[in-house]
Ligand binder design. Structure first.
Ligand SMILES: *[C@@H]1O[C@H](CO)[C@@H](O)[C@H](O)[C@H]1NC(C)=O
Ligand SMILES: *[C@@H]1O[C@H](CO)[C@@H](O)[C@H](O)[C@H]1NC(C)=O
Length: 282
């Protein structure tokens, strides 16, 4: 009887630790870039309530679709707001929704009271504005990031170039490829037609190739598409140091909660034992 009780005690302890272990935040939620318009809207205005319903629509839609666009009509023309989101093509629906929800909450902090805003996380992109940008191809460079140069390495650069060429040669809004340690990725926003996406991806890849010469990785984010590559040392799917330490502290937190729960249960258990034995003594 004693053995069974102890066994169930430890089972409870272990399952409590699992229960309190937060689901680890993956690299899809990492911040890439964000931007806001100069113009601000009036707080508590119809525009603000339209913006809130737009952002709610984006989050809801991301539970079942990896891309969507919305136009929220106001009672007057100046209250109209346009918005969209795009998840990276490999994200499953729950992850897409999580990512868009995080992007929406971050853009709220970054772009308080501005009429337009955009935010790119590793796994998803959101944008809204009071001028329509839906269905408009836009190849403006938003973010260019080149890793440290490894110097001239004909073999490595040859691999990179062939991975990038394969991305241009494939089709669709989401493209991945790899050769050895080299990985490539391209993604269009879903409002582009196939030919516009092709044009945008070609531009992004041409630029990342020429502007990130011998760099270990390159990121080229244009307004409606991006292209990225990584070689050996780093890649956009691996977790950065920051994510790792967050996970470690989350684990520590889970262990502490588990131990506290264990101590509480131990006290209850000992009280129970005392009652049983105290009762027998009488
Ligand atoms: C967008 O909002 C700003 C700030 O309220 C305003 O000045 C601008 O005219 C608006 N643009 C359109 C197209 O409504
Ligand atoms: C926006 O969404 C509507 C409805 O889902 C769709 O019919 C339309 O093609 C979309 N427009 C763009 C530019 O993606």
């Amino acid at each position: 009887m004693m053995g069974t009780t102890l066994l169930s005690f430890f089972t409870v302890l272990v399952s409590l630790s699992c229960l309190y272990s937060p689901t680890s935040s993956s690299s899809t939620d990492s911040f890439v870039f964000g931007g806001c318009t100069q113009q601000k809207y009036v707080p508590d205005s119809p525009y603000e309530s339209n913006l809130n319903s737009l952002l709610t629509s984006l989050v809801n839609s991301a539970t079942y679709s990896s891309y969507n666009n919305y136009t929220i009509m106001g009672s007057s023309p100046q209250d109209v707001i346009y918005g969209l989101y795009q998840c990276r093509g490999d994200l499953a629906m729950p992850d897409c929704a999580t990512c868009v929800a995080r992007a929406v909450s971050q853009v709220g902090h970054l772009c308080s009271y501005t009429s337009g805003g955009a935010l790119q996380l590793e796994g998803c992109y959101i944008k809204y504005d009071n001028t329509s940008f839906l269905g408009v191809e836009d190849k403006t460079v938003v973010l260019k990031k080149c890793g440290p140069s490894i110097g001239y390495d004909a073999d490595g650069m040859g691999r990179r170039d062939s991975v990038l060429a394969a991305l241009v040669g494939s089709s669709g809004p989401y493209r991945v490829g790899g050769s050895g340690e080299v990985q490539g990725l391209a993604q269009c926003v879903g409002d582009l037609s196939l030919s516009e996406c092709q044009d945008c991806v070609s531009e992004a890849i041409g630029r990342v190739k020429s502007e990130c010469g011998g760099a270990v990785y390159g990121d080229m984010f244009l307004a409606k598409c991006y292209a990225r590559y990584s070689t050996g040392g780093s890649n956009f799917y691996s977790k950065g140091h920051h994510d790792k330490s967050t996970n470690d502290s989350e684990k520590t937190f889970a262990v502490i909660i588990g131990l506290l729960a264990g101590v509480a249960l131990l006290i209850v258990f000992l009280t129970f034992i005392r009652k049983v034995f105290g009762g027998n003594g009488k």
